[in-house]
Every structure is written in structure tokens, then in C-alpha cells.
Design a protein around this ligand. Structure first.
Ligand code: HEM
Length: 464
């Protein structure tokens, strides 16, 4: 909520504010088709014509796209209390429910407070062993299955390892028997949600269209799995110290009530999905980028040799794996898995002198801000050195925000960074990958920025 004073200042400003530059479309479909066909291309084209903020209409919504880091900072951080999440997150609720990513206000604040301790440094330190154990399990599987030769879909493999890590580390469960099922459910939901966001008319979920039926069937399976996790933990006598036990044991300070099964399901589902899909995508793009930049791969391998010399990386090694971290950071710049972050103002607001009318969906496109020529030299070039301590200090605030910002900053950002460093350091000591397809993977901007059709790679013995 805005305070009375800040509210007065904003309302005085709104009177003199300029209207947002507008991209007009057809009288009926407006810009729906262009946005649906190629949303990134649409923003890129209009950014050149109108600058770093403009509005457009699609049939069901008013959209405002921005590629200006100062505006992002204002919305996510400085005046965050005037914003709720954009329409797209309402669509996500159909499968994530009212968990940390989609809830708002005091309820969100209370849930965040409950979950936060599971991501504290000491907790993360204890989880590093699980992270490397999962990476080693994958290495072993590859050695047995491919014997250092063959073609893999790297996106599926990275999905397997990140899913294993989240399930084991945060919920103490092994999901290896359910990988295919989970992968299908997440992929169907990702396509279904993006399609629904872009649709002018949204058919109710109970109506048996083929897409609704497929989505409902996948989400039923997923629900069954999540409720199964809750039930088996209830029936266990062993004490655990993970996120699941924190969520299940948490009690409301005033009423002493515990979370309902439905709320538990929503929080678990959210962390399960937000916690593996994004990191899997980042790691997939990372292997692709290394395959295109052999000198960076060589540098990375040299660091692993110096720091680890064949041993499994540990928590203590992380600060020494500097270049590995830079490679992860640069991958998240070029391919931010959460490529768009959206908010809606609760009251009219002014940003950069422009009026943001109450309720408009403001979409902050990290994918384009991360490649914006005003803030990045050779923006499309893979150059991990940008994130060296000397150079990183001059990166403009919010010209890089792969994990969002302000109070709704990703709760798993440190978890993800550690996980990515450890998985890369473990795998690259055994294997390396070259492209097994001739074409560069196309972007598939769903809720997450997936490489279309996955990335096929040759799996080869690491040149140590
Ligand atoms: C490379 C990996 C990841 C990326 C790029 C990423 C990105 C993001 C972004 C951009 C947001 C903010 C969304 C917004 O403001 O609307 C977010 C929120 C969130 N992320 Fe992540 N994430 C990653 C990994 C993880 C992991 C590993 C977990 C959990 C284990 C996680 C759990 C969450 C949750 C629960 C939220 C909502 C937080 C809240 O609003 O309180 N994410 N993530």
C-alpha cells in the first residue's frame, strides 16, 4: 500500500505525466496476433520505433513493455508496494495454486518468512553434498549408457539432475521413477499456460477441449504425487530438517493453526516447478554456449584442474570456482530462463515521466534488457569476463536481473547459483559436449525461455 504522503505526490505527478507511446493495431484483434506469433520480435521492433517503454493492446488486456533498467528498479524495488503481479501469474495459479510465486500481500509475506530459513547459508551448505551426489549419479548413468559416445538431449538430462536435486534436497524424496511423468506434466503446463495467457478467449477448465483434458489429466497426476509426498512424510517417524518439514511444522503465531493440505500442496508444487525448470534451462543453454565458445570452455577446464584436480567439488571450493560462476552468470544474461517479469500498478503511477494507468500489465523483458546496447558492450557476445569482480562493479543496477528484484527476489537464487556451479564443475571433469544438430536452437518463450525442441548434443570424454 502507498502511504498517504507518497500517494499525494504520485497523484500530483500523474496530472502532468505524458501518456505512454502507443503501438496501434487492428480495430478488432489489435496487436494480439503479432504478440502471439513472436512476442520478443514484437518488443524488439517497437523498442526501436518507440523507445524503452510503450503500450499496446491485445484483445483482453492492456500491455506495457519496458526495457529500461531504471523503470524496472522503480517497479520491483522502489515503489513495489504499489504493484501486484501481472495477469500471467493468475494463469499460473491454475497449476501452481496460491504458493510463494503467485500469492500477494500479508499472506505472501507470512509464507515467505516461513520458507526463508530453508534457504539460509548454513542450510545451503548442507545441501551441496546432495547437489554433487545428483550430478555424480548422472555422470555414472552416462558412463554406463553412452561410454563416452552418443547423442543426448541435453535439456532432458539437465531436467533430470535439477529435479533430482530439488526433490532430494528440499523434500527428501526420490523421484527417479517418475521423471518422465514429471517432465511431461511440466512441459504440458508450460505450453498450456503460455497459450492461455496469449488467448483472447479462455475456455473454462471444466470444458472438455483436448487441451483442457490433457492439462487436467497431467495436473491430476502431479497432485497425486505431491499429496503422496505429504502423506508419506506424515507417516514417517524419522526427524527431518528440510523445507518440507519446515512447511509442515509451521504454525500460525496467533491461532496455532498449521497449513492446510491444499496450501502445502501449492507451496510444494511451486518450489518443485520453480526450483528445477529454470535451472535446467540455464544449464542447457550453458552447455550450448560452451560448445560455441571453445576458448571459454578451455579456461573453465583449466580452473577445474587447478582447483579440483579431479575431485568432487564441495561447498568450500565454491569461492575458488570463480570462472565457473562467471560462466553461469553470463549464461543467465544471454538466456534468462525467467525472461519476462510482470506487474500491475494498484494505483496510477508515473515512471520516467510516463503515466502507468492502474491495472495495466507492465512486462519487464529481462531477455532484451540483458542485451541492451546502452548497457552492454557487444551485447550478443558470450563473454564471462564481464562478471569478473573488477568489471561487475560497473554493471548498471537492474540491467541484469535474472532472479528478479526487490522483496519478490527469487528465494532460490543462491541455491540455483551453487547448484549450477557444482553441476557444471562435476560434469565437465568427465564429459564435454558438441552440437549434434546443425542449427542454432530457436527460442521458445513460454513461461520460461526454453530452447525449442530441446538441444541435441554429442556426449564426449572430457579433454582433461
Ligand atoms: C537459474 C535458476 C532460477 C531463475 C533464473 C529464477 C528466476 C526467478 C525470478 C525472476 C523470480 C521473480 C519472479 C517475479 O518477481 O515475479 C523468481 C521467484 C521465485 N523463485 Fe526462482 N529462479 C531460479 C531458481 C529457483 C530455485 C532453485 C528455486 C527454489 C528451490 C526457486 C524458487 C522461486 C520462488 C519460490 C519464487 C517466488 C518468490 C517470492 O515471490 O517470494 N527459483 N525466480
Amino acid at each position: 500500500m502507498l502511504t498517504e504522503n507518497s500517494s499525494k505526490t504520485i497523484s500530483a505527478k500523474t496530472k502532468t505525466a505524458k501518456p505512454l507511446p502507443k503501438v496501434s493495431g487492428g480495430w478488432f484483434m489489435k496487436n494480439s496476433l503479432d504478440v502471439k506469433k513472436d512476442i520478443i520480435g514484437f518488443v524488439e521492433k517497437n523498442q526501436k520505433l518507440h523507445g524503452d517503454i510503450f503500450r499496446t493492446e491485445v484483445i483482453s488486456h492492456s500491455l506495457c513493455f519496458t526495457t529500461n533498467p531504471d523503470y524496472v528498479k522503480y517497479i520491483l524495488q522502489e515503489n513495489n508496494r504499489n504493484y501486484i503481479k501481472s495477469f500471467g501469474y493468475e494463469v499460473l495459479k491454475i497449476f501452481l495454486g496460491n504458493g510463494l510465486l503467485t500469492s500477494e500481500g500479508d499472506f505472501w509475506r507470512q509464507q515467505r518468512r516461513l520458507a526463508q530459513p530453508a534457504f539460509h547459508r548454513e542450510k545451503l551448505e548442507a545441501l551441496t553434498k546432495q547437489m554433487t551426489a545428483s550430478a555424480e549419479k548422472l555422470v555414472q548413468k552416462w558412463k554406463n549408457k553412452y561410454n563416452y559416445g552418443g547423442v543426448i538431449t541435453i535439456t532432458d538430462e539437465m531436467n533430470e539432475v535439477t529435479l533430482d536435486i530439488v526433490a532430494e534436497a528440499l523434500f527428501g524424496v526420490n523421484v527417479s521413477g517418475k521423471l518422465e511423468e514429471i517432465r511431461n506434466a511440466v512441459s504440458v503446463s508450460n505450453h498450456f499456460a503460455m497459450d492461455r495467457i496469449k488467448r483472447a478467449v479462455r475456455i473454462p477448465l471444466w470444458f472438455p477441449t483436448p487441451a483442457n483434458r490433457q492439462f487436467n489429466s497431467e495436473s491430476k497426476k502431479f497432485d497425486k504425487m505431491i499429496y503422496g509426498i505429504i502423506d508419506s512424510r506424515r507417516n514417517e517417524s524419522d526427524k527431518h530438517n528440510d523445507l518440507l518439514s519446515m512447511l509442515m511444522g509451521a504454525q500460525d503465531e496467533e491461532t496455532g493453526e498449521r497449513m492446510s493440505d491444499l496450501q502445502l500442496r501449492d507451496e510444494i508444487m511451486t518450489i518443485f516447478i520453480a526450483g528445477h525448470e529454470t535451472t535446467a534451462i540455464a544449464l542447457s543453454w550453458l552447455w550450448f554456449l560452451l560448445s560455441q565458445n571453445p576458448e571459454a570452455e578451455e579456461k573453465l577446464r583449466n580452473e577445474l584442474k587447478t582447483v579440483l584436480n579431479g575431485k568432487t567439488p564441495s561447498f568450500e571450493d565454491l569461492p575458488k570456482l570463480k570462472y565457473t560462476k562467471m560462466v553461469v552468470e553470463e549464461t543467465l544474461r544471454l538466456y534468462p530462463p525467467a525472461w519476462i517479469v510482470g506487474r500491475r500498478p494498484l494505483e496510477d503511477d508515473v515512471v520516467g515521466g510516463y503515466l502507468l494507468p492502474k491495472g495495466i500489465n507492465v512486462l519487464m523483458v529481462s531477455y532484451l534488457i540483458h542485451r541492451h546496447p546502452d548497457y552492454w558492450e557487444n551485447p550478443n557476445k558470450f563473454e564471462p569476463e564481464r562478471f569478473s569482480p573488477e568489471r561487475a562493479a560497473s554493471i548498471k543496477k537492474y540491467s541484469y536481473f535474472p532472479f528478479g528484484g526487490g522483496p519478490r527476489l527469487c528465494i532460490g537464487n543462491n541455491f540455483a547459483m551453487m547448484e549450477a556451479q557444482l553441476v557444471v564443475a562435476t560434469i565437465l571433469q568427465h564429459f564435454h559436449f558438441t552440437m549434434a544438430q546443425n542449427s542454432v536452437p530457436l527460442l521458445e518463450p513460454l513461461i520460461t525461455l526454453r530452447p525449442q525442441g530441446g538441444i541435441k548434443m554429442n556426449i564426449l570424454k572430457s579433454n582433461k
